[in-house]
Design a protein around this ligand. Structure first.
Ligand SMILES: [Zn+2]
Ligand SMILES: [Zn+2]
Length: 418
């Protein structure tokens, strides 16, 4: 290892020329090379990746790469930044802006921080709540669990919380929303599944990602669009203005068959000069999960649990409260004021729990045993099982030998002289 580092120090341009993920990758190669020769195992922690494409870069290269999200809620985070790092609220505001990819330029999606998106694609969620200033027992316990699973997949089974969040995570991929896919699942108090949902328009209306703006402009697919979209002049003019100009027409050759969909909410808000969430076409994942139970018939969910891959907005939080949900598990640590304003009010306050566990492909990678535990133990302990066939064969041979012996004896008996 020492030699390799010296090589790098002698040729620093190897590192300087490439982006950070490539530089880290070079270091990884040096470490794995070293471990291959020394016969030691190497575990590497990269602290920290803040752009989702950096994470993808490693995910595409290393099957044992796990993106770990360290979550704490807004309040805890602000307290820590203020007290431990002595930051002012305007400094925190600036950090928030940086972390949320709000400072835009042409390539900002590829190079700047986007913590929210990193949370979205994280493999393992570690909850880091405020317990005490230096009480790290909960976080240590979680990390020990996941490291054990990384070293030995399937050594324990997923928790009920992980199973139900994984179901929500599976549901989210059905969403045709252009900006964010969200999934939800609902269980009774014993984690028995009662409903699932994802953000999508009402059944019978085309999801946003499947609609084409040029079909809208040319009236080719009127069924896919609303009466408003098909007739409102102001709206149609804006759509034409944005999507049917010469500049865009030149770009269309680059699309290579991609569907050009558009977000109705964005266009409508542009006309109204507002930021009104009312104009989303989709129902929220949580709403859809609640409504699935009403729609197809099912059991009441009073006292039950809600799992969401995002965090409930104010509207969904109200519905959960009204339905008597006792516990809400969520992934996204930026819940706005629905916690303080909706959940933390009245006498039936549901418990809000930040999810801790493996999700998505990591759920399968960490919880699927590489080998059946029975076979693994048998091999390691060198346990011999009874082989009945062999036993019978052996018995057969000894009996045959005895028969031959007896036959010899019979031949040698002198019957002429009794
Ligand atoms: Zn949408
Ligand atoms: Zn909602």
């Amino acid at each position: 290892m020492w030699l390799s580092f010296n090589l790098l120090l002698a040729n620093p341009q190897i590192l300087r020329r490439s982006p950070i993920s490539k530089r880290v990758n070079r270091l990884l190669k040096i470490f794995t090379h070293h471990s291959r020769h020394s016969n030691e195992k190497t575990y590497i922690v990269i602290d920290t990746l803040r752009n989702p494409f950096e994470a993808l870069y490693f995910r595409e290269r290393y099957s044992a790469f796990y993106l770990m999200a360290l979550n704490s809620n807004d309040e805890t985070r602000n307290d820590r930044l203020q007290q431990q790092y002595d930051l002012s609220s305007s400094q925190i505001e600036l950090i928030n802006k940086k972390e949320s990819n709000k400072i835009k330029n042409q390539y900002s999606s590829f190079v700047s921080q986007n913590i929210q998106k990193c949370y979205d694609i994280a493999d393992i969620h570690v909850s880091n709540p405020q317990i005490g200033a230096d009480d790290f027992t909960f976080i240590t316990w979680q990390i020990a669990k996941f490291v054990a699973l990384i070293m030995h997949p399937g050594i324990i089974m997923p928790s009920s919380e992980e199973r139900c969040m994984q179901i929500a995570h599976t549901a989210k991929l059905n969403s045709g929303c252009l900006s964010r896919q969200v999934g939800a699942s609902i269980t009774d108090e014993f984690f028995s599944l009662k409903g699932i949902g994802w953000n999508t328009p009402p059944e019978g209306q085309a999801p946003c990602s499947l609609r084409n703006v040029y079909d809208l402009i040319s009236h080719k697919d009127d069924q896919a669009f609303s009466k408003f979209e098909n007739n409102n002049k102001e709206f149609r003019d804006l759509a034409k203005d944005l999507y049917d100009n010469d500049k865009i027409k030149n770009c269309r050759t680059y699309l290579k068959g991609r569907n050009v969909s558009y977000c109705f909410k964005d266009l409508k808000n542009q006309i109204d000069e507002e930021k009104n969430q009312v104009h989303t076409r989709a129902l929220h994942a949580e709403e859809n999960a609640f409504l699935q139970i009403v729609k197809y018939g099912g059991q009441g969910i009073k006292g039950g649990k809600l799992f969401t891959t995002s965090s409930p907005c104010e509207l969904c939080a109200k519905k959960a409260y009204q339905l008597g949900i006792r516990e809400v598990y969520y992934l996204d640590p930026y819940p706005g004021i629905s916690e303080d304003h909706i959940f933390e009010s009245g006498i039936n306050r549901p418990k809000l729990t930040m999810f801790s566990g493996a999700i998505g492909r990591a759920y399968h990678q960490l919880y699927e045993p590489i080998m059946a535990p029975k076979d693994e133990l048998k091999m390691m302990l060198d346990i011999k099982t009874k082989d009945h066939c062999k036993e019978l064969e052996l018995e057969n041979w000894t009996l045959r030998e005895k028969i031959a012996e007896l036959e010899d004896k019979i031949k040698n008996i002198d019957i002429s002289n009794p």
